[in-house]
Design a protein around this ligand. Structure first.
Ligand SMILES: Cc1ncc(COP(=O)(O)O)c(C=O)c1O
Length: 304
């Protein structure tokens, strides 16, 4: 998407004008991918704008940083408040939020530890990631020839900027083949996830999704969908999936903070049994939850 320009970005403890949130060309992260980030949404919910599961996102942010020995210099409570401040200062009631921490300017070489850590939070309006029609009609996806690097190579559990080289290669290939999204397999051929989404299939009324141990990001939307499915008495199993499980699924959908809950229409040109109805049932509850229409999920909404 082309970025719209907002008023402010929070950078290293204070709000600065959008255009002043810049870095030096010798910033460590620019050369070595030494950054971690989050993607979060704020919704124009009933009762006022609300950030969906903000604390969980900032906890994951802190965990990603900690695994790379990056000291953010701010507690989770402080980054939560900084996100709220950033959204408020840009006068947005619904937006996408991008916190990032990265190794900054002053040191070169592969050892990141001596480099300073910078933290920034930006937000801007970002309507549906794959387009409104995708939420209704589903998307066509393709299994990528690029494998997801495993937990002992580029740990998917760390939401690191460097990991997204893998995702970008897959996404470029998918787009060139006319697909909206790529599905990544791990080195053993097990299904992992999309380039920025987790993945679920439905067969005979049962939902399956790859386990974290197969090498996926432990998505917050994924968790939300599992909780919602449970509340609707739809069984969910975490189990390893192979490529043909996708081809024979009755339904398939992908979840992510940016993508939300997107049905899949076809995989590698094989049209799936159906778009919905279980996907649409979950999608409807998900949108009701994020828009503050279901009181029992109020704790997932953090008001700005
Ligand atoms: C690789 C990958 N998988 C899954 C997800 C979905 O995670 P979440 O639902 O927490 O946004 C994302 C998005 O952050 C992602 O980049």
């Amino acid at each position: 998407m082309a970025l719209p320009e907002m008023d402010h970005i929070w950078m290293d403890g204070k709000l600065v004008p959008w255009r002043d949130a810049t870095v030096h060309v010798l910033t460590h992260a620019l050369h070595y991918g030494s950054g971690v980030f989050e993607g979060i949404r704020c919704y124009d919910a009933e009762g006022g704008p609300a950030v969906f599961r903000l604390t969980e996102h900032m906890e994951r942010f802190e965990r990603s940083a900690r695994m790379l020995f990056m000291d953010l210099g701010y507690s989770v409570e402080e980054t939560v408040e900084a996100v709220k401040l950033t959204v408020r200062s840009n006068k947005l009631s619904s937006c996408y939020i991008r916190p990032i921490a990265f190794r900054g300017y002053g040191v070169m070489g592969l050892d990141p530890i001596p480099a300073p850590v910078n933290v920034a939070i930006a937000c801007w309006p970002w309507e549906t990631y794959m387009g409104e029609a995708a939420l209704v009609n589903g998307v066509d996806v393709g299994v990528s020839s690029w494998r997801q690097r495993g937990p002992n190579a580029m740990p998917p559990a760390i939401k690191a900027t460097a990991n997204y080289l893998n995702s970008s290669l897959a996404r470029i290939e998918a787009n060139r083949h006319g697909y909206s999204e790529a599905i990544m397999l791990n080195e053993e051929g097990k299904v992992c996830e999309g380039t920025g989404e987790n993945l679920f299939i439905v067969r005979d009324g049962v939902i399956s999704t790859p386990p974290v141990s197969d090498g996926i990001l432990e998505g917050i939307t994924r968790d939300s969908i599992m909780v919602i499915a449970d509340s609707l008495d739809i069984p969910v199993i975490e189990e390893s999936l192979v490529r043909t499980d996708l081809y024979t699924a009755d339904e398939m959908f992908m979840t992510g903070s940016a993508a939300e809950v997107v049905p899949v229409r076809s995989v590698d040109g094989r049209v799936l049994g159906d778009v919905g109805p279980i996907t649409f049932e979950l999608q409807k509850v998900f949108f009701d939850v994020v828009h503050g229409k279901l009181a029992e999920y109020e704790e997932w909404l953090e008001r700005i």
